[in-house]
Design a protein around this ligand. Structure first.
Ligand SMILES: NC(=O)c1ccc[n+]([C@@H]2O[C@H](COP(=O)([O-])OP(=O)(O)OC[C@H]3O[C@@H](n4cnc5c(N)ncnc54)[C@H](OP(=O)(O)O)[C@@H]3O)[C@@H](O)[C@H]2O)c1
Length: 269
């Protein structure tokens, strides 16, 4: 498979490195585009991929192209592709752009364009991503399989109706940042109570990793797992009470909801 990436910043690079590490594509079969020479040179040097300046050339030489530009830049990119419509013949486009709807993308491109909308997240870089996708009106079952194998190489992947894509953005697209904040706060509290910073960070990180793995591997509801570790009158139930008293659950839900609403707003621009 010849893979292209229009824009290869934080998200593009995470998807690309995830796919390269999983061996699903070879660096020699990958092209990336960006505006600046500096970005192109560093991508070519670091990853051994072909770095080009033309988005249309990139599409013409690729079977599958991820669009990984910022929401405000993407309409310009779509205009460029539409003006050289032949570059899209036989090419599947997979948009990662928050808020940008399939209808907007398809209206900007030739009628026959095959498009998938997805929402990945940056742990794709280490093969631990969480992604969801929705097929566009011309996308085939083969395109679905290609999308699953590409995104699946960089973590877990599910198909959702497009109406849920903004909620996916709120939970998993932006989610790593909430968890980083939680880990940092746990470590800060450890330091406050006398632990050296590196040890506090190691304990907090491994605790989040271990607890997430417990949810994933046992399949038990998080509330059941929590009940299993809260002894009557013990330290953990005291901490859970403090979390609730300080609005932890409400703050988390508000964070997910804010990101979801922001994704909706981006889609209406
Ligand atoms: N970051 C996340 O956690 C995350 C999660 C889910 C989805 N997303 C989505 O992924 C997309 C990219 O986000 P990001 O965080 O990766 O942004 P980013 O780090 O700023 O990367 C965007 C890249 O696009 C390149 N670019 C800009 N204009 C271009 C053009 N006209 N043609 C080709 N390349 C161009 C930029 O490189 P030059 O300046 O060198 O051109 C830059 O490397 C966004 O739409 C976002 O909604 C991001």
């Amino acid at each position: 498979m010849k893979l292209g990436l229009i824009g290869c910043g934080k998200m593009g690079r995470a998807l690309l490195e995830g796919a390269l590490q999983a061996g699903i594509v070879k660096a020699k079969d990958v092209s990336v585009s960006s505006r600046t020479t500096e970005t192109r040179e560093s991508l070519a040097k670091d990853l051994g991929v072909n770095a080009v300046s033309s988005n249309t050339d990139l599409c013409a030489q690729s079977d599958v192209v991820y669009i990984c530009t910022k929401p405000n830049i993407t309409p310009i990119v779509l205009l460029e592709l539409n003006e050289s419509a032949e570059c899209l013949d036989g090419t599947l486009l997979i948009s990662t752009v928050a808020g940008l709807t399939l209808a907007t993308i398809e209206q900007a491109l030739p009628d026959s364009a095959r498009v998938v909308r997805c929402m990945p997240n940056t742990p794709a870089l280490i093969g631990k991503g969480a992604a969801a996708y929705t097929l566009g009106s011309n996308a085939t079952s083969t395109d679905a399989a290609t999308t699953c194998s590409l995104l699946g190489a960089a973590g877990s992947v599910i198909e959702v109706p497009e109406s849920l894509m903004d909620a996916v953005t709120g939970v998993s697209g932006s989610g790593p940042a909430y968890v980083y904040t939680f880990i940092e706060a746990m470590a800060d509290a450890g330091v406050l109570n006398g632990l050296p910073r590196p040890q506090a960070l190691e304990l907090a990180t491994q605790t989040v990793l271990g607890a997430a793995s417990m949810v994933a591997e046992t399949g038990l509801h998080p509330a059941i797992l929590r009940d299993m570790v809260t002894s009557p009158g013990g330290t953990t139930i005291t901490a859970v009470q403090a979390l609730e008293a300080n609005g932890f659950r409400a703050a988390t839900m508000a964070a997910v909801n804010s990101a979801t609403q922001k994704a909706k707003e981006l889609g209406q621009k």
